[in-house]
Design a protein around this ligand. Structure first.
Ligand SMILES: CC(C)(COP(=O)(O)OP(=O)(O)OC[C@H]1O[C@@H](n2cnc3c(N)ncnc32)[C@H](O)[C@@H]1OP(=O)(O)O)[C@@H](O)C(=O)NCCC(=O)NCCS
Length: 168
């Protein structure tokens, strides 16, 4: 299947079940390679279908990637922060997360944000770095399952607007 078959749209509360599945599978099959079973389980612990609708009601915006009618990836962002970026492991490394992030950054810039933050997994940190984010600090975060797991704070800065310096 080619990336051309993937479309993008705003996420809705009805996407909750698909997002839960992607979220859980991305942690359990991809991030587990960096975190190990125990931390991955603790990270995925407590995720619910309703949680996404609650986040939406709290102002988080979701973009989803759809392939053949199936939601296969999503990005959530709020204020000046990327809150989550997950792609189903069966659809990884096809540019889906890159496109979701690009769309989120464009919207955030359109809303006037010149700086965007993310508290990234160690798994996604190389992905963000390759897309222009800079590491601010490495730290730990408490999961819903009650375990400290290592994460990385990164920041992206919008490129300076072209300034016309000519005199003519
Ligand atoms: C990180 C993630 C969102 C990337 O999704 P994706 O759709 O596969 O990413 P893309 O195809 O757009 O980009 C892939 C590129 O990112 C980089 N990349 C992605 N994952 C990487 C990893 N684990 N290590 C190093 N580079 C990685 C590579 O440059 C890769 O390009 P390549 O395939 O040419 O080598 C996905 O792997 C995922 O859901 N991971 C687990 C959950 C997670 O940690 N999410 C972030 C929470 S903050």
């Amino acid at each position: 299947m080619s990336v051309a078959a993937v479309t993008y749209r705003a996420g809705t509360p009805e996407d909750g079940a698909a997002m839960l599945s992607i979220h859980t599978r991305a942690i359990e099959f991809v991030a587990v390679r960096d975190y190990g079973e125990e931390m991955a389980r603790s990270w995925a612990h407590g995720l619910t279908i309703e949680g996404y609708a609650r986040s939406m009601a709290d102002g988080e915006i979701f973009e989803v990637a759809v392939c053949d009618g199936r939601v296969v990836g999503f990005c959530g962002y709020k204020n000046d922060e990327i809150c989550g970026l997950y792609v189903d492991p069966d659809f990884g490394r096809r540019g889906i997360a890159s496109r979701l992030l690009e769309r989120a950054l464009r919207t955030l810039q359109d809303r006037g944000h010149r700086r965007v933050k993310v508290d990234s997994s160690i798994t996604a940190s190389p992905f963000y770095r390759q897309r222009g984010f800079r590491v601010i600090r490495e730290r730990t975060r408490m999961t819903r399952g009650g375990m400290e797991i290592p994460t990385v704070d990164l920041e992206w800065h919008a490129p300076d607007a072209q300034t016309f310096t000519g005199t003519g």
